[in-house]
Design a protein around this ligand. Sequence first.
Ligand SMILES: Nc1ncnc2c1ncn2[C@@H]1O[C@H](COP(=O)(O)OP(=O)(O)OP(=O)(O)O)[C@@H](O)[C@H]1O
Ligand SMILES: [Mg+2]
Length: 365
Amino acid sequence: MAAWLGLMSGTSMDSVDAVLVSFRDGQVEMHGSHAQSYPTDLRQRLLLASQNQATPDDLGELDTRVGQLFASAAQAVIAKAGLAPEQIRAIGSHGQTLRHQPTGSAPFSLQIGNPAIIAEACGILTVADFRRRDVAAGGQGAPLVPAFHQAFFGSRSENRCILNLGGIANITWLPADAHATVFGFDTGPANALLDAWCQHQTGRAYDADGHWAAEGTVDEALLEDMLSDAYFDRPAPKSTGKERFNLDWLKTVLTRHPGLAPEDVQRTLLELTAQSIARQLPEPGADTVYVCGGGTRNPLLMAALARALAPARLASTEALGLAPEWVEPVAFAWLAKQAVEGKPGNLPEVTGARGPRILGALYPA
Ligand SMILES: Nc1ncnc2c1ncn2[C@@H]1O[C@H](COP(=O)(O)OP(=O)(O)OP(=O)(O)O)[C@@H](O)[C@H]1O
Ligand SMILES: [Mg+2]
């Protein structure tokens, strides 16, 4: 049976996640997985570039270095799984997003990580640049994972919501009624603001297990102020990124709430994630919300979500047979399969594109 390799690094820029999988009868069979951390200096340069602080030389070099890192993550997962390159039909590489500006007169979504380097290093057909065709067709280019969620996580017996807690949070609504519409969108910040404030105040890249936030309390005035951001009320299709929800955004809001303890801000940001998601879910709500992404490792965030989403049940995608840290890279392995088989990868009702499109460019083995 053909195997497919998925490579993903999200807006958190924490690691390149690699999986080797096969797809059979609506099930994912895992052959191997590997998480490759970004070297600190490379991550730092990527963060600067994502804030428009990069020259063309920087961009060219980063494109190469990220391509090399993605290639080594692919080689590592192939070695772990003990498969021969001939057994792998294609690699789907999301690349590293630098900027996502899907609206306006010159919309774009920019991912780097030269796919030619991956194809050359692995000797395997590589599919990349998944978002550009959707943007060219008038779509947001995001989120792209809902089609995968629909194909593998749908149910005829319960209304499900799939929630990904990455740097940004996105949901996919999967109604039990086969005639009801599947939809999805980015709800706003998840780990992006938690990480940014933690880094700014403590020097640590993230608040491990939410320990620091647990020392603080929610400030209701700050919470309501943040929830009044226009993005949360905007109708779908919509997508966002760290271009909007970043440290500058937070500092601007905080000028209206002087004197708060830093840990109270962190605790309130965590509540912002939970509340903004809960308020944007459809009514009547999901029977179960299945969560994936790095945010599932933060018990305080999961507890806040459970409270905000009740009476919906909260569960991990583990209950659907896929560990929460691997859902996104598996989705890009599946999107590569769709592209190779000439099938669409987007859901136009999610991204707002003019129609279904085959996503990605092919770099032959
Ligand atoms: N033990 C932990 N405690 C708290 N937070 C954690 C823990 N482990 C991971 N995280 C959070 O998860 C984040 C990484 O999550 P993930 O890889 O899903 O996001 P991402 O790379 O931005 O993906 P995307 O935005 O595409 O969904 C880290 O930046 C951190 O904030
Ligand atoms: Mg990540």
